[in-house]
Design a protein around this ligand. Structure first.
Ligand SMILES: [Zn+2]
Length: 108
């Protein structure tokens, strides 16, 4: 009888995924398939990720808002532009970015 199976090792399968992956942030071992790193974000990780998303969103929103306000201020000039408007645009964009960051993280 012909039993021509290739000689593979019985225990180790080369296609098996690793049990843990390395976190991009801290380099710690994260369980494979986990969305959040337990070292960076705590045992649950969800709240930390949401807060981090909100923080990143707020920073990006502040920068975008500041840029937008500065551009607008240079266009309309100091006669028509007021610092209250500049502040309003910046704060508005920061708040929008903060909320977008939270929503984006919450989905995952
Ligand atoms: Zn980590």
């Amino acid at each position: 009888m012909s039993h021509d199976s290739s000689p593979t090792s019985p225990s180790a399968s080369p296609d098996a995924p690793p049990a843990t992956v390395t976190c991009d942030n801290c380099g710690g071992a994260v369980p494979n398939g986990a969305i959040y790193c337990p070292h960076c974000c705590g045992a649950d990780g969800r709240q930390g990720a949401v807060l981090r998303g909100a923080f990143v969103g707020a920073v990006i929103g502040t920068m975008a808002g500041g840029l937008l306000a500065a551009l607008w201020y240079s266009l309309v000039g100091p006669e028509r532009g007021s610092w209250g408007m500049v502040l309003g645009v910046t704060v508005g964009c920061a708040t929008t970015g903060l909320m977008l960051g939270m929503i984006r993280q919450r989905k995952g």
